[in-house]
Design a protein around this ligand. Sequence first.
Ligand code: PMP
Length: 356
Amino acid sequence: MPRVYNFSAGPAMLPEEVLQQAREELLDWRGSGMSVMEMSHRGKEFMSIAAQAEASLRELMAIPDHYKVLFLQGGASSQFAMVPLNLLGGKGRADYVDTGSWSKKAISEARRYCEVNIACATEYRAPSQDELQLDPDAAYLHYTPNETIAGVEFPYIPDAGEVPLVADMSSTILSRPLDVSRFGVIYAGAQKNIGPAGLTVVIVREDLLGEPRSGTPTMFSYRIHAENGSMYNTPPTYAWYLAGLVFDWIKRKGGLEAMARINRRKAEKLYAAIDGSDFYHNPVDRGSRSWMNVPFTLADPSLDDTFLAEAKKHGLVTLKGHRSVGGMRASIYNAMPEEGVDALVAFMAAFEKRYG
Ligand code: PMP
């Protein structure tokens, strides 16, 4: 079976070169006589793997020295709680922008710990800076730069004024260059643009590593993880290693500028195919369309199953839209080759000719 073009929203495709390298190193990592999976996380081999992965990520994203990079577990969903637990300080309020399903999940978790001010709520588009109604007493401003389900992406970084800006970058991190210094906290589940599920990357400005709210579990404290180099407990070692291989792959490909050029081109091709037809439709405001997740519907939803079945025969899989919205969704993260998007566009045109 040849490898398919997998449009899954996550866990998603990994670069084939990375998988090949992992296979070569699977039984014996560079003469150690062990698999990375079998290494002590405190041994010198794994410590070098961990340090190298962090150094590569710092280089790729140009992360300033006064930020810590944490390699955690628990997914982005745990961050929905860790953010308020660690950042509220003495305050009882936080600002949240609601642009869709993942924003809503973050908001409902935050409501367990504080009063949430919805700075703005929009559907199918990102709000403009002028629309954000910020609470002067908020401890931070949280937003979701890319809503994975609806495919809504912010075309700019909001200005949070004096308070820290917190971003759930799960489905957009590493897709383009980013000015990390604009943020207090950036977090991302790994299973889209970073590596395998099980790893969560958190980038946090050092001055925010204060005492968490009383009663916070030790494992939910940023400060504890930062003080222990993400090794307070056993970290997800194999996922951390694979993430390092992905970071090095991005570096070899030309870094985040190169990723941005390719990602923009891939997305433009797909949106052009959708907009150029009466058969396919994407409801998102053009200025807020995601480069990473492209949902679309067919003019006749009774053809959805046929579309999916025929796409699969062409090696184009996991195109079914999220259960909450239906239709299709093509997730085209860094590891989706441009040829995969070209194949999808060609298939969509042929399908429309036959059934449209
Ligand atoms: N936030 C966003 C934007 C996501 O896309 C996802 C996962 N699809 C999550 C949070 C939840 O991530 P996890 O499953 O790693 O908890």
